[in-house]
Design a protein around this ligand. Sequence first.
Ligand code: GDP
Ligand code: MG
Length: 278
Amino acid sequence: MATIQWYPGHMNKAKNQIQERLSLVDVVLEIRDARLPQSSANPLLEQIIQSKKRLIILNKKDLADPQQTSRWQDYLKQHDCSSIAIDAQHNGHLPIIIAAIEKLMAAKLEKYRKSGVKNYTIRVMCLGIPNVGKSTILNKLVGKKIAVTGNRPGVTKNQNWLKAPQQIELLDTPGVLWPKIEDQQVGLKLALSGALKADLVANEDLALFALEYWQKYYPQQLQQTYHFSDQDLADNSTELFKLLAQQSNWDHAAQKVIQDVQKGTLGRYTLDQVPLND
Ligand SMILES: Nc1nc2c(ncn2[C@@H]2O[C@H](COP(=O)(O)OP(=O)(O)O)[C@@H](O)[C@H]2O)c(=O)[nH]1
Ligand SMILES: [Mg+2]
């Protein structure tokens, strides 16, 4: 199996840029893919943002396993992390983001209210690895993309701010983090869900990983989609793959499984399990 490479050089640059811009904001929106609440995060982020207020947005909840999403939210809460789960494409989910930002800022907003300050702003930036929905969320928050409020002096260069509802202003460009691919599994999960280009990993490896995962966590979906018998399903994933390949060939079978995952034919899924005893 080929090893997926990631480049510390890129990561350092991204880290420095994010650190500079972080000093300008009150709240960080850390966008993750709800199907990968752990693998689509970068552990470095905690070091970078330190005590800055953070809202974790588990986006694409429409594609994720709802039970797992709720388990992950409980887990995050236990670890003192505020989170919301949304489908950024859904207009109705915008107020959820606004309300969560206001909740994080409640103490400060109360101070403003008490002292009669009306023209405050809550400054926010989006962060996350590629493809988690940063731009979609930014566009939804801003409405039409015209609302540039002008430059404000930044640490090293001027930054543009976009107006969002409730006196929220957003940095116009999200911070892009690299995923931390510390083991092969994380790479497989990112590729399978489409967060990373799938061609970085051999199709057969991806398909085998998917079959094994579905066999363990979503056996009914697997059975329904491919009409496996109970006996088939008790076999290992290589045997299941062989059955599928009998109908065409290895590469076609692999592509089909990957497509079925990515198009949702194999149902809603979450590829990270909540850690036990943590
Ligand atoms: N199903 C689903 N797709 C989404 C959601 N949010 C974003 N997308 C799609 O995911 C892809 C990546 O989104 P984008 O905003 O460009 O991600 P970015 O790279 O983080 O800026 C696009 O095809 C979006 O339409 C969501 O909540 N649900
Ligand atoms: Mg984008």
